[in-house]
Write a protein that binds this ligand. Structure first.
Ligand code: MTE
Ligand code: MOS
Length: 750
């Protein structure tokens, strides 16, 4: 089945925030944000701005009726700066005007007197100065201290990954509309409607039931709207509350890039020890996470780095420590993979470095150490592993050694072009690592004409979750898909939602939808049985017809629905779902945090132009563990998109902050993302067929984030290509490997 949104997308009819018709009297907002990364805010002078034509009101921290606080995990982030600014782009004042132009023009006339304070942009410097968001955490398995003595080879090093701009096509924004009795409805481009609701209530000093958040769909979120959509939703609500007029703010691209946080850059140290047979016996890693100026989701992101620090490998002795370091950058946040990719890059760097020193291909170490069913992850969960199966199938189906030989032959024949190949196995845990967040609700109404309306807590952001919800209901009821409508995500219909994140939205909301539909179905069956003079157990519905012992009767779905309504039986259900068996103890750092893991293996091949340093990713050949895919078109789309996004992070997307904490890569002219020309010529995706009962919806496996990590293979393939040209090149493990860095590596002399 095609993504149900594809029809309205194609016709340009899909509604995003900016497509919502505005009501007469709507005010337009714009933010005056800090030009300085760290300082004492002595005064804000709005006198030149407030009397400009069209300007209706300028709001600062002093106008906030409730708490000036938007921190989700830790209350450490002001909505509008009061006494200090902590990053360039931190909102200081909100201008409301009759037009967008007037609002943005007025912003330019505001002046702030800020006494500059020292700026930290480097996480290692922050850690050395004790600037931590939370105390460090350490995951331990076995005993590395005694294991080093058993190692034949010990290799140490450092690995760095840069941030990544979310670059959702739809920028951040919100539209807040006052209702009667002080209620405010917020149309928000958010992955977390409840987060916007809760925070707006806190800032406005209102009960949560007075804030309605409604989300139709997002033009992409990628984690960037999990926490950071809240700022704009709450600012608009604040403006609406104080003026009693609708307030809209849709950020311009450069505002969005400047004011919002990104994927966390990490700087890490590693030490890896192998025995003579290439078994990894010990691994130690220290992660310095660049959290930015406030906690945001950093503690949770840091946790996932630790969970995935051994990627798809079993290592008996592990010690991994992570620091969440406070710097003066915009608070960094969720981004597809949520800290996992940063951890996985480091172990892959450690393996690559070990392989380089031993003069063997990294694949020899990788394959030998894949995690197997029964092995223990550093956090105590026992693996039910598809890692060896994915690797084997990739090897067999794509002929790994032949691909390597082809590349070697090409390199021997071509002096100025070199190919590089790398294999990237992945393992990604599915569930929110905060156990309580693993809950969801679904509200299903069957109308008397047989049509069905469904509301869940899931937010559609291009990943196709609405289509999957529709498929669930169509399968349970056995009715035509066009009878079913998936409604907007709304806090008045579904309360206390977890954000659509952690790749778990289809699983959690799908299971809740399945449960709601099944409960209605049971009532319908009982009703049909009474009408047809048989037992409910004999009744099924197949293709819109009621069947008795599998034989179709003349009773159709719409008739059954109407008959049941006439009997005054409920045709609605609100179901709640929470996956069983999840637990985690942060005191011991052990437990069973994940419902299951997703596995896969990618073979990545690149060609480097050794005159210019530019390159192409030739192919990404994947065997991916989809479980039993619910929707192959959507799941392939998720894989392809994730892979390209991962390659972008690893190769060309380069975020640059200067020493003063100012974003230099602040526009699409200075920040390069993959376009159609940088997409690999070939992306092959073959499913690993698994059919286990795995706590996922209909035995499919979550697919949103894991494929991004295949992109890490592109980094190591590029290194191998550079080495094929210049075997002496000593390249730091420092992603992204941009064409400039490739060129320097090609001609580096030691
Ligand atoms: N795909 C599209 N097209 N747009 C997005 O914003 N976000 C990703 C992924 N795939 C995203 C996407 C992220 S970060 C997550 S966590 C999952 O989708 C969330 O959706 P799911 O739980 O339904 O997989
Ligand atoms: Mo995705 S980073 O969990 O929103």
């Amino acid at each position: 089945m095609k993504n149900i949104d594809s029809y309205t997308h194609l016709r340009g009819e899909s509604v995003y925030l900016d497509d919502i018709p505005v009501i007469r009297g709507t005010l337009y907002a714009a933010v005056f944000d800090s030009p300085i990364a760290h300082g004492e805010l002595l005064s804000v002078d709005c006198s030149a701005a407030k009397d400009l034509p069209g300007v209706v009101r300028i709001i600062t921290a002093a106008d906030i009726p409730g708490e000036n606080q938007i921190g989700g995990i830790i209350a450490d982030e002001e909505l509008l700066a009061s006494t200090h600014v902590h990053f360039c782009g931190m909102p200081i004042a909100l201008v409301l005007a009759d037009t967008e132009e007037a609002a943005r023009h007025a912003v330019k006339k505001i002046k702030a007197d800020i006494r500059p304070l020292p700026v930290i942009t480097d996480p290692r410097e922050a850690q050395a100065k004790g600037e931590l968001i939370i105390p460090p955490r350490t995951f331990i398995l076995g005993d590395t201290t005694s294991a080093w003595a058993q190692c034949t080879h010990i290799i140490e090093g450092r690995a760095d990954t840069n941030g990544q701009e979310h670059l959702y096509i739809e920028t951040q924004g919100a539209y807040a509309v006052p209702q009667e009795s002080g209620v405010i409805r917020i149309h928000s481009s958010t992955q977390g409607p409840t987060a916007v609701q809760r925070t707006a209530a806190r800032v406005l000093n209102l009960s949560m039931h007075k804030i309605e958040v409604d989300t139709t769909r997002l033009g992409g979120g990628f984690g960037g709207k999990e926490d950071q959509a809240t700022t704009w939703g709450v600012l608009c609500a604040l403006g609406a509350h104080l003026t009693n007029r609708p307030v809209k703010y849709a950020l311009h691209r450069m505002e969005d890039m400047r004011m919002t946080g990104k994927r966390h850059p990490y700087s890490s140290d590693f030490r890896i020890g192998l025995d003579k047979d290439l078994k990894i016996l010990a691994y130690e890693a220290t992660f310095y996470q660049n959290a930015g100026a406030a906690a945001d989701l950093s503690p949770a992101v840091m946790e996932r780095t630790l969970f995935h620090c051994t990627n798809a490998y079993f290592i008996p002795n592990v010690k991994a420590t992570a620091y969440s370091c406070r710097t003066h950058l915009p608070p960094n946040t969720a981004f597809r993979g949520f800290g996992g990719p940063q951890g996985m890059f480091v172990i892959e760097a450690a393996i690559a470095k070990a392989a380089g020193q031993l003069g063997i291909p990294a694949t020899a170490i990788q394959e030998k150490n894949l995690i197997r069913t029964g092995d223990e992850f550093p956090y105590g969960q026992i693996a039910d592993s598809e890692a060896p199966a994915c690797w084997q199938q990739a090897d067999e189906q794509y002929h790994l050694s032949a691909l390597q030989k082809e590349a070697d032959a090409f390199n021997a024949a071509n002096p100025l072009h070199k190919k590089g190949l790398a294999v990237m196995p992945i393992c990604f845990g599915i569930s929110f690592t905060k156990t309580l967040m693993n809950q969801a609700r679904s509200l299903v109404h069957v109308y008397t004409d047989g049509s069905v309306g469904i509301s869940t807590g899931a937010v559609e952001m291009g990943q196709g979750v609405n289509t999957k919800m529709l498929q669930v209901a169509a399968a349970v009821f056995s009715i035509r898909p066009d009878r079913i409508r998936i409604n907007t995500t709304n806090t008045y219909r579904i309360a206390n939602t977890s954000p659509t994140a952690a790749s778990a939205a289809a699983d959690l909301n799908g299971k809740a939808t399945e449960s709601a539909c099944r409960q209605i179905l049971e009532r319908l069956k009982a009703s049909a049985a009474a009408d047809l003079g048989t037992e409910p157990s004999a009744i099924t519905i197949a293709d819109e017809l009621v069947c008795i012992n599998g034989v179709p009767s003349s009773l159709t779905w719409p008739q059954l629905v109407m008959n049941t309504y006439v009997k005054r039986i409920s045709l609605s259900e609100l179901a709640h779902y929470t996956p069983p068996g999840l637990h985690y103890n942060p005191a011991t750092e052990k437990g069973h945090p994940f419902a299951y893991h997703v596995y896969g293996t990618a073979i990545v091949t690149v060609t480097v132009d050794c005159l210019r340093g530019i390159y192409d990713v030739d192919s990404v050949k994947v065997v991916h563990d989809f479980g039993r895919s619910m929707n192959e078109l959507i799941d392939r789309g998720q894989c392809e998109g994730g892979i390209v996004q991962g390659i972008g992070w690893m190769t060309m997307e380069e975020i640059v902050y200067d020493k003063e904490g100012r974003l230099r890569s602040n526009a699409l002219s200075t920040y390069k993302v993959p376009d159609i020309y940088s997409v690999p010529a070939e992306i092959s995706i073959r499913p690993l067929q698994t059919d286990k009962d795995n706590l996922a919806i209909f035995r499919s496996k979550a697919v949103g984030e894991p494929p991004l990590m295949y992109g890490i293979g592109a980094y190591f393939a590029l290194r191998n290509a550079v080495k094929a040209f210049n075997p002496g090149a000593v390249l730091p493990y420092d992603a992204p490997l941009t064409p400039e860095k490739v060129l320097m590596g090609l001609y580096q002399i030691h």
